[in-house]
Design a protein around this ligand. Structure first.
Ligand code: CP
Length: 381
């Protein structure tokens, strides 16, 4: 194998990205790597310079050339999975996939120095908030974590006024989580910067669905034609909505399983609904378990947590209804002994829970990078 080809593979750099970086076409690079020496001498010199390792992987990634990946997600905001096509989702997943290895080697990018991300979380979060902060810092950005409980919101300032105030400080990205569905969409129409939805009520949680998709792709090698069973509190779950939309767009089939009180009456978004775990889990490649969203329940939806676990909590017996090699996912936080058996939750051969968290940083880096590269777009999506 050509030394440059090996270098590209070892450093997870695609031919397309490398060719763009040194301003030649992918076809010319591919011809060179397959032994064709007919292109112009000047082009050869550029390639040979790289081959001699005069550019290291870390300097390659910290390059000032920000547009070094193939960006098919040309939107100003990420407000939901709804409306995204296969190409746009793949663009976000592919970039994240190339970042994962760099994160494991603790590579810090400096390309986005001077850019600012503001975290505005009106609901509790461990994973999403922390990983957005880490993702932005890995990209060399400044991060502001707004402390809602000590902000002027406590003095009666409205959400819109808060957003306009932050907007006046010219951040580049605003990440918002709010209990009211549609809040990120409202803010996106008011502020100049890009807005990322980090979870809005029962509506959407797009970066969760993206990181789940990356975890599935990493372990199963594909998403298309897989059967994914999503079990638990579907009706209150933004994670379920975003996942169903993404998985169906990417060619998977989705079963949703819950007691009838926790299933939507209509608009299943293309999923098939089951109230029985044995039927719903049949032939599933992936079993995604959801938490009971007690904070969104008004009244009683289940007789008791004990009863719920008996019929819907995932343990090894119920997992046997799925395929032999089925993998278990959970967006977290998990409630052991309610929706999932504690011992199963800790089995790293069957569950991807912590892997999902790790991939969340790469997905958020990918989303931020795409949006920063798009920040001249006027489209409001
Ligand atoms: N999965 C998820 O959104 O977790 P957090 O609430 O901890 O952010």
């Amino acid at each position: 194998m050509h030394a440059l080809n090996k270098w590209l593979i070892d450093n997870s750099i695609t031919r397309q990205v490398f060719a763009k970086k040194i301003n030649i076409s992918t076809a010319t690079l591919s011809r060179y790597l397959s032994g064709d020496r007919s292109p112009k001498q000047s082009i050869m010199k550029k390639i040979i310079k790289e081959t001699k390792n005069e550019v290291t992987p870390s300097s390659f990634y910290s390059s000032q050339n920000k547009n070094i990946f193939n960006n098919e997600f040309l939107k100003k905001h990420l407000l939901g999975i709804e409306g995204l096509n296969k190409k746009e989702i793949s663009s976000l997943l592919d970039r994240a996939d190339s970042i994962v290895k760099q994160n494991q080697n603790n590579v810090i990018y400096h390309s986005y120095k001077g850019k600012t991300l503001v975290n505005l979380f009106f609901e509790d979060s461990t994973r999403t908030k922390t990983s957005f902060e880490l993702a932005a810092k890995r990209l060399g950005m400044d991060v502001i974590n707004m402390q809602i409980e000590t902000s002027a919101i406590r003095k009666g300032e409205s959400l819109l006024d808060t957003a306009m105030t932050l907007n006046a400080m010219r951040p580049d990205i605003l990440v918002i989580r709010h209990s009211l569905s549609g809040t990120p969409h409202l803010l996106a129409n008011k502020v100049k910067c890009s807005v990322i939805n980090a979870g809005d009520g029962k509506h959407e949680h797009p970066t969760q669905a993206l990181l789940d998709a990356l975890a599935i792709k990493n372990r199963k090698g594909k998403i298309k034609n897989l059967k994914v069973a999503i079990c638990g509190d579907i009706i209150h779950s933004r994670v379920a909505r975003s996942n169903i939309k993404l998985l169906i767009t990417m060619g998977a089939t989705v079963n949703i399983i819950a007691p009838s009180t926790l299933l939507p009456n209509n608009n299943l978004l293309g999923a098939r609904a089951f109230t029985n775990m044995q039927q719903g889990l049949k032939d599933a490649d992936i079993v995604m378990i959801l938490r009971l969203q007690l904070e969104r329940m008004h009244g009683s939806y289940i007789p008791s947590a004990k009863e719920y676990f008996k019929f819907y909590g995932l343990d090894r017996n119920k997992l046997n209804f799925a395929k032999k090699d089925a993998l278990v996912m959970h967006p977290g936080p998990i409630n052991r002994g309610v929706e999932i058996d504690s011992e199963l939750a800790d089995d790293i051969n069957r569950t991807l829970i912590l892997e999902q968290v790790e991939l969340g940083v790469a997905i958020r880096m990918s989303v931020i990078e795409h949006l920063l590269n798009n920040n001249n777009l006027n489209t409001i999506q």
